[in-house]
Design a protein around this ligand. Structure first.
Ligand code: ADP
Length: 266
C-alpha cells in the first residue's frame, strides 16, 4: 500500500500494523460504515492483510454488516500475555464494541470509558500482521475522536458524505478536525455516497436525490482528493443488512465501484 507517512506519530506504534485508515463522516447515516466495510473487503481482495475496528461506540453496525453479530471474541495467550482475538469473516479481522454489549442495549459510557475500551481493542488485541487497519469512527467531531486520533498512529483519513448541504456543512468540520495541529492526520480524500439513483425501468436516467456532486465540488474547494462516488442501490443496503458487503460479491458493477474507490484511496 502506498500511503504517505504521517508527519509525526502521536500514538504508540502498534507492532505488526503498517497503516491505520480512519473512515469518518460529519453526519450519521451517510453510509460511513457501509463504505468502511466495503473498503476493507476490497483491500482484502486486492491481497492485503486487513482488519476493521468498529469505533462507532454509539451505533456499532460492523458486526451486522459482516454477519458476525452473535460472535464473542475470546482471549488467547501470546507470549504469556492475554490478548483479545478478533473475529474473522471474508478474510477481514473484526473487533467492535458491539461484541461486548447485550443485543438491544445502549452504550451509555462516558467518553473516557469508551476511549479506554477502544484503546484495549487496538493495543491489547491479537491483530497479527496487518497491512491496513480500517477504523470506523463515530460520526461527527467530539471528545472521543480527539482521544482516538491522538492515541493511535493514524496514517490517513477518508471522509464520507452525501451530496446534501446539511451533510456537507459537517464535512468541513471533520476536515478542520483532522487538520488541527494536535491531530494533524492527512486527509486521503472524500467519497460521495448516495450520489444518484437510477431506476431499473429508466437505466439512462440519473436522479440526484440528495443534490448533485456536492461532495465532489467541496473536495475541489478544499483541495482534497475526490476518491469516487457510489450510487443509491437497493442491494447495497440489502447486502449490509444480511451481512455480506457488496465488495464481496463477484464481478458486479458495485464490486467494481468499490474496487476503484479503494485503489484511489491507497
Ligand atoms: P453511517 O455509518 O454513516 O451511519 P450506514 O453505513 O450505517 O451509515 O448507512 C446508513 C443506511 O444507509 C444503512 O441502512 C445502509 O445500508 C444504507 N446505505 C448506505 N449507503 C447506501 C447506498 N449507496 N445505497 C443504498 N443504501 C445505502
Amino acid at each position: 500500500v502506498h500511503i504517505p507517512k504521517p508527519p509525526k506519530i502521536k500514538g504508540k506504534k502498534i507492532e505488526g500494523i503498517t497503516n491505520i485508515i480512519a473512515v469518518a463522516s460529519g453526519k450519521g447515516g451517510v453510509g460511513k460504515s457501509t463504505v468502511a466495510s466495503n473498503l476493507s473487503v476490497s483491500l482484502k481482495k486486492m491481497g492485503f492483510e486487513v482488519g476493521i475496528l468498529d469505533a462507532d461506540i454509539y451505533g456499532p453496525s460492523i458486526p451486522i454488516m459482516f454477519d458476525v453479530e452473535d460472535k464473542k471474541p475470546f482471549a488467547i495467550k501470546v507470549d504469556g500475555v492475554s490478548k483479545m482475538k478478533p473475529i474473522e469473516n471474508y478474510g477481514v479481522k473484526i473487533l467492535s464494541i458491539g461484541f461486548f454489549t447485550k443485543k438491544g442495549e445502549a452504550v451509555i459510557w462516558r467518553g473516557p470509558m469508551a476511549s479506554k475500551a477502544l484503546k484495549q481493542m487496538i493495543f491489547d488485541a491479537n491483530w497479527g500482521k496487518l497491512d491496513v487497519l480500517i477504523l470506523d469512527l463515530p460520526p461527527g467531531t467530539g471528545d472521543i475522536h480527539l482521544s482516538i486520533l491522538q492515541s493511535m498512529p493514524v496514517t490517513g483519513a477518508v471522509i464520507v458524505s452525501t451530496p446534501q448541504n446539511v451533510a456537507l456543512a459537517d464535512v468541513s468540520k471533520a476536515v478542520a478536525m483532522f487538520r488541527q495541529q494536535a491531530i494533524d492526520v492527512p486527509i486521503l480524500g472524500i467519497i460521495e455516497n448516495m450520489a444518484y439513483f437510477t431506476p431499473k425501468e429508466l437505466p439512462d436516467n440519473k436522479y440526484y436525490i440528495f443534490g448533485r456532486e456536492g461532495a465532489k465540488t467541496l473536495s475541489k474547494d478544499m483541495d482534497i482528493p475526490f476518491l469516487g462516488e457510489i450510487p443509491i442501490v437497493q442491494s447495497v443496503r440489502e447486502a449490509g443488512d444480511i451481512g455480506c458487503p457488496v465488495a464481496a460479491h463477484e464481478d458486479t458493477p458495485l464490486q467494481e465501484i468499490f474496487q476503484n474507490i479503494t485503489r484511489n484511496t491507497v
